[in-house]
Design a protein around this ligand. Sequence first.
Ligand code: NAD
Length: 442
Amino acid sequence: MKVSIFGTGYVGLVTGTCLSEIGHDVTCVDVDEAKIEGLRQGRLPIYEPGLDSMVVRNGSDGRLHFTTDAAAAIAGAEIVFIAVGTPPDEDGSADLQYVLRVAKTIGANLRTSAIVVNKSTVPVGTAQLVRGAIAGELSQRKVEIDFEVVSNPEFLKEGDAVNDCMHPDRIVIGATADAAVDKLKRLYAPFVRNHDRFVVMDVRSAELTKYAANAMLATKISFMNEISNIAERVGADIEMVRRGIGSDPRIGWQFIYPGVGYGGSCFPKDVQALARTAQQHGYRPQLLDAVEEVNERQKAHLFELIHRHFDGQLSDRTVAIWGLAFKPDTDDMRAASSRRLMEQLWAAGARVRAYDPEAMDEARRIYGERVDLVLCDSMEEALRGADALAVVTEWRQFRSPDLAAFRTLGDAVVFDGRNVYDPDELEQAGIAYYGIGRGRSV
Ligand code: NAD
């Protein structure tokens, strides 16, 4: 099928590449010329394991194209995806300006009937707005062209996005017309050859499904962080508690890791946007508000431990930070907990030496040159001359460190924001240890 995708970010680029991998003819469109030029030369704007070789292969096989020419991309497409950003507005609701701009562009350039598929995470009712924006443009042009607007929310995880796209656990399709559903089922069929993973529903339920999924996952994280704060105060170890509850299949092992809060481009903004939708409909979303509040507090937790350890005297201290991305296997630092920690440390007069396996360019882009930030080339270099280490992202390479290197820290102290180390092992090696909810941080 001939497919066009607007937005070459994490969702658009991964979706477009995977659809080309299964044989479709895909054109990826973006307004960012530098991004498109880079992609044409095989340079990816994001880090996503396994994606670069797929982009290059499908590009040279002639199935994957990159352009800024929206009109040309729309003209020949049977299916047009919208996969642009929906960042939070000032009041926390989703900012739909990019989605609606694409909708207008589609309306202005549609030549033959097509299915418009919204993959961006958008509030309930957005499909209707998209339909209205396209129809408005068509009527201005005084043309009548059939089109359908379908909701097809995306559930991929950054860091494992290619695998999620090629082997989805479900494909939610929110549509009214059977023909559109059938066409999308044919488009995706190779991804779900062995099992029927389609969940077909009405458009509004599909739009809400995406928010419900992210809000549920964020709730699990905030719940565990809440319990970890109790554990800290009562002298219990959250890691024991986690193992004690995860074996119950009703609870499960996933998303019950305590830490320094969730970040990224999805959970924080989606929990807020869903809460905003609820408020707009006259409902007070008490649980969602609490999930966010607990997360905000948790993001400050590592700083509080550091502050307390140094008796509030942080000026002239240097803290090494391992992990800047909001989670491992990505370079994404949007709403990352590392940012909150660094900003709090700087405000208290401390300096930071930071290392992340993938997010160094992103950190450079965000913070530029600062006297109180040294971006280091290795985890070892970050420790050089530092008083303490804070682990913020649980990259695999941080898990088995050289304990002798920890002893070279000015204060021989480690703040483990993801509970990756064994407290006893560190303490036996003469290193002070603070974890999350490990009953010894108070
Ligand atoms: P992103 O910010 O990485 O990429 C968005 C891209 O859209 C940018 O390259 C931007 O230049 C481009 N763009 C903006 N306006 C455009 C226009 N008019 N025409 C063409 N391109 C345009 O965003 P993302 O992380 O891929 O997220 C996209 C959507 O998918 C959001 O709604 C997000 O909530 C949702 N989502 C994201 C993830 C994730 O893990 N990142 C997962 C599921 C759903």
